[in-house]
Ligand binder design. Sequence first.
Ligand code: URA
Length: 232
Amino acid sequence: MTNQNFSQRNKSFRKLFLKSNITFSNNPINRLIGVQPENDKKILLKKLKDKISSISECKLKNNSNNIVFNDGNINSPIMLIGEAPGQKEDELSKPFVGEAGSLLNKMLSAINLNRKDLYITNVVNYRPPLNRKPDSNEIRRYSEFLLEHVDIIKPKIIILLGSTAMEAFFGSNLKISKERGIWKEMLIKDKTFLTMVTFHPAYLLRQNDQKKYSWIDLKNIRNKIDELKIDI
Ligand code: URA
């Protein structure tokens, strides 16, 4: 194409644009508006919460006052998963706000983590009657929601607090005393997540002598965060 042809073509394009409603700006277009990850996450979390709220024929839901869905930073690289809400959690609709929660906060600050920078949820989202452990059927039923939850948050590290969280991920044939402190990779919806099982703070409140193992696990978690250069 000659220079003359080229400039004529440009002129006719310009005319076309001037006739149309298209406007130009010197500012770059943000093509991600409306689909930014944080907005996406908020929408997906709301949908998941609504889905869990509409569960029917569930003894856990029937026994409780509120759904206990999450706490913390939805963009956190670290996700903590507990067992089930207790009385205080049910009252306040927030995980880990009772005695076990206070111990959890202390455990985290011992390795320089602040719970507000992490993301926290439970295997089941309703308080079981008399604070009993959720049974295997309940764990299985809620695991479907939990895996979806993990897929939305996409953390770099998942910490499973106690045997119920371990069962939700790895099935019921494992012993927590053997599995704790070991890093494992878990494939969820085509993505691999680094996970570690450790003792639940409520168990540590009853079994003071097990805290030494918990401390080993906590230091291990801190080392992994540093090794992977996770910004938190
Ligand atoms: N124990 C849990 O597993 N989760 C809570 O939210 C509180 C206590």
